[in-house]
Design a protein around this ligand. Structure first.
Ligand SMILES: C[S@@+](CC[C@H](N)C(=O)[O-])C[C@H]1O[C@@H](n2cnc3c(N)ncnc32)[C@H](O)[C@@H]1O
Length: 284
């Protein structure tokens, strides 16, 4: 009993371990790690230490930085990221997408490929890209000659696994309008299962991929008409945010739109973006 208690006692993170791990997380993934996050990090990583049988954080941090610890980095980051999301989060943005953005882009593409390329960056468990897909599908009911694809990326493999499955509880779908639920959700055949699944037609439009927004290499050579990156940059410092805006600018087609989250604003960074409504920007 005594040795167990002392093992638990040992699972406190020293200032030094926090500095090493925190700096690594900031440098590699952009997520700010001020000292106020030490307790959060300590508590979120307890399970990793337990699963690996490490009794101290020093052991765990040394393991992360060792050759054998490479795979652990992604499991660690699964615990560190904050993945809160919901269907049709900030619903007025989806109305704006349907009523303003898609008609404007469709008009511009009259003599061009009738295709919308969309990127949901920091897609978490899939609610955001599936909400976009339902919205675009609604638009396509009156624009049959158009098609679309959504690339949905996140750092965390755990959330992507959930997103690909596309199974959600009744509580999670509360913000989807009844009319859309009828079209785009499948009920479980088992009465006792209180879950639904996104219909295959919508699932087929969303391609999930693991991607670190901080990665320097060019991860794709295509441009997008619309990029959603909402409630992600809030975790990054200013310098990292500017780097990301540059990345989005490069990957947006001229006249393309960038959607940010409710508490995020584009810092003046010399890029020709114009604000078309709060938190929505158009590349000039
Ligand atoms: C709070 S969720 C936001 C989900 C969704 N965009 C929304 O607004 O509902 C933030 C997501 O960003 C992801 N994220 C954080 N840092 C990232 C990075 N460096 N690269 C890619 N995704 C990252 C997290 O894993 C998390 O799933």
């Amino acid at each position: 009993m005594k040795s167990r208690l002392s093992a638990i006692e040992n699972r406190k993170m020293s200032e030094n371990d926090f500095m090493r791990l925190g700096k690594f997380i900031e440098d590699e993934f952009g997520i700010k790690m001020p000292s106020s996050k030490k307790l959060m990090l300590q508590s979120r990583l307890q399970k990793r230490l337990r699963d690996l049988g490490h009794t101290t954080f020093q052991e765990y941090v040394n393991f992360i930085f060792s050759k054998q610890g490479k795979d652990e980095i992604l499991l660690m980051i699964d615990e560190v990221t904050t993945n809160k999301t919901e269907f049709f989060r900030e619903p007025e943005q989806f109305n704006f997408l349907l009523e303003v953005v898609l008609p404007e882009l469709a008009d511009k593409k009259r003599n061009d490929a009738k295709f919308f390329n969309i990127w949901s960056a920091g897609c978490s468990t899939g609610e955001e890209p599936y909400s976009i897909a339902m919205t675009v599908s609604e638009f396509l009911e009156h624009h049959h000659d158009f098609d679309y694809e959504i690339l949905a990326t996140d750092l965390s493999r755990k959330v992507l696994q959930h997103a690909r499955l596309a199974i959600y509880s009744k509580k999670q779908i509360a913000f989807i309008k009844m009319q859309l639920r009828k079209k785009y959700l499948l009920k479980s055949k088992l009465q006792q299962d209180e879950v639904v699944r996104i219909v295959p037609e919508i699932r087929a439009k969303v391609k999930f991929r693991q991607h670190n927004l901080m990665a320097k290499e060019n991860f794709m050579d295509r441009t997008f008409d619309i990029i959603f990156c909402r409630n992600v940059i809030i975790y990054f410092d200013q310098e990292t945010q500017i780097e990301l805006f540059r990345k989005f600018y490069k990957h947006l087609a001229p006249g393309g739109f960038l959607f940010l989250g409710h508490s995020e604003t584009m810092i003046n960074c010399g890029l020709s973006f114009e604000m078309v409504r709060p938190k929505v920007y158009r590349k000039a």
